[in-house]
Each structure stands twice: as structure tokens, then as C-alpha cells.
Write a protein that binds this ligand. Sequence first.
Ligand code: GDP
Length: 452
Amino acid sequence: MFNSLSDRLTATFKNLRGRGRLSEADIDATVREIRRALLDADVAVPVVREFTAAVRERALSAEVSGALNPAQQVVKIVNEELVEILGGHTRPLSFAKVAPTVIMLAGLQGAGKTTLAGKLSLALREQGHTPLLVAADLQRPNAVTQLSVVAERAGVPVYAPHPGNQGAETDVVIGDPVGVARDGVAFARDKQHDVVIVDTAGRLGVDQVLMQQAADIRAAISPDEVLFVIDAMIGQDAVATASAFLEGVDFTGVVLSKLDGDARGGAALSVAKVTGRPIMFASTGEKLTDFEVFHPDRMASRILDMGDVLTLIEQAERAFDAEQAEKMAQKVATGQDFSLADFLVQMQQMKKLGSMKKMLGMLPGMGQMREQLENFDEREVDRIEAIIHSMTPAERENPKIINGSRRARIARGSGTTTTAVNQLLERFEAAQKMMRQMARGGGMPGMPGGMP
Ligand code: GDP
């Protein structure tokens, strides 16, 4: 996401680097470039206008001319203004004083509501909540089944107008979404679920009937949060769709879905500003864990290729076994006893994190290495795993003892080639050396192991 916008902005700033002073003409040229980059990324025109005007005004002020490094100061201003249009602050979910907290999802069909229902409920469950999903999308024949599948994967119960699930507790008429929503919330209260997430129907385009139904559901269940889910790929339509939902149903927050696609990012950069509602979550893939709290400041950093190390760390904490991670960090920090067996454990933990590509993309400056990143083969990790598995425990502890014939044997055993085995051993040795050096220098260890 944001790739081309990010490239354009970093290229613009590169032109400024090293300049002692910036003339008004320099600043105007920079602002023009920024405007073009934003428009090409499908950011709504009024948002672009306001953004560039603010950047220009600040860039011409004493804030920049008096600075030691004017170019850096301009980047800082753009960063701050980006944070601003993305909503300024992180806006957490607000929970009801009296349970259950009711969260209603709204948006067009295909926006990613059902997927989000699963992701959000999993995240809440991991935080110790006891969410219930309610299937009030009775428009699509498949929707109830789809929500049940997602709920099962998230390990969360679902309340659906299925004869089997309905039981004696309800007498919901199938086809009455308002009734299902209302009864679902009552059911949650009764069964002491502390959060209830109500999935509603979407249509392919904004229409009156859909809006009315969503508004009726809203009126029936008085949700604490109404989350408007919007596909980040819809580009220029984002503003019109968001405005229609704002008027028709109103919402308390926005969820951007499919941010993993090569969306140009315009929706993300327009919606918060145009609707005045905060972006609260980002959906970044088809897996239930591809889900993040939306932090305007971190997103701005990613757009400016300054990295998002905080999100990376949080995701790592979620996936890693804390004790094991601590032990590993110790070994890495001292540069001692780091064996191929440790390397394997680390690889396996990394794999739990999901896509290596996505993770690496959060490191600062990775925008410059996008091509290598695109070519990164996720299966490489599997190959390395297979190679290490084919070694004896003694070899894993001390790879120096692996001679030529053992290398050939390991290659055969792992279904790889001797070259692949050699490469891994070389890389491991280099990584080990680097770790020892870092340990001596007391520097921060980066990503041990050296990425393939
Ligand atoms: P709904 O009609 O709003 O409930 O949308 P769904 O949740 O059914 O999602 C529509 C399609 O988009 C499905 O194929 C999902 O797998 C896919 N999808 C949803 N969220 C994401 C996301 O964040 N990234 C990607 N790549 N696909 C997504």
C-alpha cells in the first residue's frame, strides 16, 4: 500500500537534501510535487488542497528558514500534516459502562465486514473479552454461513437465524435483520458476553433500502460503536460512499480494509478528514491476524518510509513465546552460543508472524528495497527449515563439523541442493560473526540471521 505515493514523496525530499536555504521557489516546487503525488494516489481534491496549503504556509515560515536543516524541517512538517489528516490520534474502542458493548458494522457488500467481524472478535478475545457475533446480514444467502465460518476460526460463538442455532430462546423470523440484531444483543446480555459485534448487510452500491435497514438496526440496538468498513482499493469513490453512510447511518469510526493491496491509498488519506470520523482499525489481509489498530502517526511514518517499528514489535510480541524470546535476545546480545538450532527456532517464530514480506516492509528505508522485497520467496524459509532439520543435533550446534559429503547428504535429505546448504552455512557464519561484533560494540542487534 501507498507504494507509489511513498516513492514520490521520498524522491521529492531527496531533491531538497543538502540545501542550506530554501527559496520560496524551492518550496513551491516541492509543494507542487506533493500535490501531484497526492492527486495521483487518489486523495480527494479538497483534502489535497487543504494539505498542501498548510504545508506551504508552514514551510515558508520561520519554522523552516531559521532551522539548521531546512529540508529535514519540511519532512517534519509533511509528517505532522499527514498525521493530522489521518485523524491526529489513535482512537481506541470505547466500551460501554454496562456490558455488553455493542459494535455494529456497516459498509458496502464486499467491503470486508464479515472478515473484520472475525478479526475484531479474535483480537478482543485475546484481550480477555467474551465477544459474540451476530449475523444480521440476511441479504446474501451465504452471509450467515460465512460469518459462522469466520466465528469458528476466531473461536467465538455466533448468534444466527439458523434453525439449529435459534433454539427456544428466540422466535426470530428469518429475513428480519432488525429483529435478529435486537435479539442477538439481548442474547449476549443474557449469556453475559461483554461485547457483541453485529454484522449487517451490504449492497454493491449505496442504495436507499440498504441505508434505511442499517439505520433501523442502529435505532433498534443503540450501538456504542458503529464501524464503517471501507475497501481502501475503491479510490476516488471512497469519499462519496463514506459521505452517504455518514448521512444515512452515521458512524463513530472507520475501518480501512484491504490495505495490503496495491491500493493507491487515497481512501485512507481522505476519509478521516472528509467525514470527521477517526480511522480506528486497518485490515491488511485475508488471515484473521491481518489486523491492526490504526495509529495515524505510525501510518504517516510508513508513508514517508520512516518505518513502523512499533507495530512490528507489537506483532512480534503477539506471536512470540516471551520466555524463548528473552533467551534468544540474550544469546544475540552476547553473541555467544547462537547455534543453527536457535536459528531454526527463530525462523519458526518468524513464520508464526505471517508474511516475512509484510514484516520487512515495516522497517525504515525498506521502500528503497521494494524490488528485493517483492522478489522475496516465502518458501525460502521452508527450505532453510528443511536443511536444518536434515542435520544432526551436533551439527546444528557446531556447523563447522559439516564436511563435503555431509553437505551432499543434507542436501539430499532436505530435497535441496549442495549450493543451498553451502549458502545457508555461509550466511549463518556471517550472521554469527556480525552478532559477535555487535555484542562487542554494544550496538543494538538488528535482525539476526541475515535475511536471505
Ligand atoms: P463483506 O461483504 O463486507 O462482509 O465482505 P467480506 O468480509 O466477505 O470480504 C470480501 C472479500 O474481501 C473476501 O474475499 C475477503 O476474503 C476479502 N478481504 C476482506 N478483508 C480483506 C483484507 O484486509 N485484505 C484482503 N486482501 N482481502 C480481504
